[in-house]
Design a protein around this ligand. Sequence first.
Ligand SMILES: C[S@@+](CC[C@H](N)C(=O)[O-])C[C@H]1O[C@@H](n2cnc3c(N)ncnc32)[C@H](O)[C@@H]1O
Length: 327
Amino acid sequence: MTKVVDQFLGARFGAYCVDAVEFAAGLPDASVDFSVYSPPFSSLYIYSESARDMGNVSNDAEFQATYRHLLRELFRVTRPGRLTAIHVKDLVFYSNSSDDGSRGLRPFTMESLFSHLAEGWTYHRMITISRCPVKEMQKTKADRLLYKHFREDAARTGGGLAEYVLVFRKWAPGMDETPRVTHSREEYPLDTWQDYAQPAFFTQDLWPDMRETDVLNVKAARDGQDEKHLCPMPLDIAERLVRQYTNPGETVFSPFMGIGSEGFVALKHGRRFIGSELKESYFRQAVRNLREAEHDGQAALFEGDLPEGGATLASARGIGAIGAAAE
Ligand SMILES: C[S@@+](CC[C@H](N)C(=O)[O-])C[C@H]1O[C@@H](n2cnc3c(N)ncnc32)[C@H](O)[C@@H]1O
């Protein structure tokens, strides 16, 4: 049975402190309208000492093998015709971690893409999120970004690392019965659609509304065990995805909820949310953020959209039983 360490049920959200794969395995078929999240970036960050922390892997192949269990469950729980979106980037490896002293990039983005294909998802879209290489150089002092090397040994230099959103669709029987996501001209004029359709989001110049610092505050969630940073998903990106790919009142799922960024946006825009997170301090911060967003997003809900009699999201979706097995 799924081991839920803690849980909090709001009127429109359910947050669970639990392993993502186990949690997803307990969700009913076709119960999720859209999932959006940043997976742990392989072994780049280990968030907790738990053996279930997906960052606790010895190499990228091991990560993808574990990750595929989740992708399989996500495919099952997603409504036919609907989508999943992940926020990823490529990773760097250094001379001291390679057998032959080489250094370069680990193609985490492509590996994650192929894992989705292997689990039945159809590749739907890639959005490039441009990041400032100067800021990256100042933060990381990466060899591959130094002007000194550009002048003296340019083969050592690379370029700034972008982030990507990969979107996949579930093509499956029953697609015609799944309600379509629709947008009115009034709420979404043509220029909004033209913005949303961009293949690249720039975090500077062209996209003044896309602030690199537009993330939920992670400081309050840190505990003494923290080894690295959380990397919260930028709210602007989550917002564009949730608004494009769901109707108000629909259910958004983040299996790696962290401090709740995807849910924060979903609730603010009148959607429902379910999230799983392994690390207790992040889970607690997520609950704080989700409660605030639920309160703020109440007005965005369509009349009569909530389950009757104060029923929780979990019971509305038939997942209440999962919460019964607290450790
Ligand atoms: C990239 S962070 C997600 C950040 C999140 N998008 C946000 O904005 O706060 C990945 C998260 O996955 C969590 N995690 C790692 N392994 C997990 C597992 N097996 N089940 C659930 N969560 C896990 C980590 O604790 C971390 O919070």
